[in-house]
Write a protein that binds this ligand. Structure first.
Ligand code: SAH
Ligand code: SF4
Length: 446
């Protein structure tokens, strides 16, 4: 979501003459787009701000300027502390107020040190979304924001606010503009994307509508919640060929006791059943999840249930984290904390299992020919990187950026596969022209 939000910030800054820069050293303005989900993510913001202060001072000695902004959830949650501890920060802008960046910058330029907007009135920030520069062959589109679920460990309901679904017509307009700019794959985004509902339209129906847009050949959505997998969404997996056979469906834990303490409001069996319905509809569906280890009160038996669930489901990839207490959340007050070394040891064991699964999944695609949308340059000359339908990173030579190609997979690694281009469907390669005079970098911190 921060990647999408950074693209939106670049859009609203474009009329002021800002274009993207590759690094802070060549930028006139640096915006840190921040994540507050775990403690480590927010700590990084303060150390990065320290580095930017030095850069700003260096510039001042040369008689030049550098504007510094902080955006995202750390700005939302700790905006005032940022202003107090980091007076060199010009602008603090919460995730619902990006459209106000230009006026905040103006305020800062008029000497109102530390212009801040952490207002929660959603939606205005989406005005004109998609009118900016081309976003890439594969791009994000936010359809829903916020969360009403209040898992006991999570700051999202506090930093991103209540659930809000964008109107269908706005989303389709933005998707059409993206298609016209050459985007082939759209990932529909939301903190709780399958809670999307506008009028009578839920996510399944929205996916069907997006699939009707000329030029959009692939659709994905993230992040979804196991409780909101309704029949219409399951049917979309069966009926919509553009909907890719990959789903990130976080479970967090395999223990019902821990799931209850997390307030996930589903059991491990509910989760397995949701997966079963989805796999019935789309047998080749590849899955991914998030896991938290060391939640307060987690015993070895609870953790064993998590390992067992992971093994029973079989994931193509997954993310796993040590529980990180977040101030203001109910879990942060829970007494039975798990020792740091136990957390580390469990994380290692879980990651070993998940890495093995990921490698086996990648190996199982050797010899198959899959459609790959190439959207990034590779490390070697002539090499490009793209995504398979199953979200694997695919490396191949001879495929132009922005093209969809059939690739025969011939080698598998932990985090990627590689193969040979069998045939490709040339489309307009990507690359917006530069030419503005002011440059901006959006540094994602998370
Ligand atoms: N809405 C999504 C998740 C959004 S947060 C869902 O409900 O699944 C992304 C991931 O960060 C979560 O799935 C969780 O695994 C992790 N996470 C959130 N808060 C955390 C915390 N306090 N400590 C460790 N991991 C956390
Ligand atoms: Fe956080 Fe996801 Fe739970 Fe919402 S559903 S509180 S975003 S983990």
């Amino acid at each position: 979501m921060n990647v999408y939000d950074s693209a939106r910030m670049a859009d609203v800054m474009a009329p002021l003459g800002y274009v993207s820069a590759d690094s802070p050293a060549e930028a006139d303005m640096v915006i840190l787009n921040t994540c507050h989900i775990r403690e480590k993510a927010s700590e990084k913001v303060f150390s990065e701000l320290g580095r930017l202060r030095m850069l700003k001072e260096e510039r001042a000695r040369e008689g030049r300027t550098l504007s510094v902004g902080v955006a995202g959830c750390v700005a939302q949650a700790e905006g005032e502390e940022i202003q107090r501890r980091m007076p060199h920060v010009d602008v603090v802008v919460g995730p619902q107020a990006y459209h106000r960046l230009p006026s905040l910058l103006e305020e800062a330029a008029r000497g109102q040190a530390g212009a801040i907007d952490v207002d929660f009135s959603a939606s205005a920030k989406f005005a004109g979304a998609g009118e900016g520069a081309a976003r890439g062959a594969a791009a994000f589109l936010t359809i829903q924001e916020g969360c009403d679920k209040f898992c006991t460990f999570c700051v999202v309901p506090y930093t991103r606010g209540a659930e809000f679904s964008r109107p269908v017509t706005d989303i389709l307009d933005e998707a059409r503009r993206m298609a016209a700019h050459g985007t082939r794959e759209i990932t529909l985004l939301g903190q709780n994307v399958n809670a999307y509902r506008h009028g009578a339209t839920g996510l399944g129906e929205l996916i069907r509508r997006v699939a009707e847009i000329d030029g959009i050949t692939r659709i994905r959505y993230t992040t979804s919640h196991p409780r909101d997998v309704d029949d219409d969404l399951v049917a979309a997996h069966r009926d919509v060929p553009q909907l890719m056979p990959f789903l990130h469906l976080p479970v967090q834990s395999g223990s019902d006791r821990i799931l209850a303490a997390m307030n996930r409001r589903h059991t491990a069996d509910d989760y397995r059943r949701a997966i079963g319905r989805l796999r019935n509809a789309r047998p080749d569906l590849a899955l991914s999840s998030d896991f938290i280890v060391g939640f307060p009160g987690e015993t070895e038996a609870d953790f064993a249930a998590t390992l067992a669930l992971a093994q029973a489901v079989g994931y193509a990839q997954a993310y796993s984290f040590k529980y990180s207490p977040r101030p203001g959340t109910p879990a942060a007050e829970m007494a039975e904390t798990v020792a740091e070394e136990v957390k580390s040891e469990r994380l290692e064991r879980l990651q070993a299992v998940l890495n093995d699964m990921q490698l086996s999944f990648n190996q199982a695609t050797i010899g198959r020919t899959v459609e790959v949308l190439f959207d990034r340059p590779g490390a070697r000359p002539g090499q490009s990187i793209g995504r398979s339908p199953y979200m694997q990173s695919v490396h191949a030579t001879g495929a132009a950026r922005g093209t969809l190609a059939s690739v025969r997979i011939d080698a598998a690694y932990n985090n990627s596969v590689s193969g040979e281009v069998v045939s490709s469907d040339p489309t307009v390669p990507f690359g917006a022209s530069d030419g503005g005079e002011r440059r901006i970098t959006m540094e994602g911190i998370g």
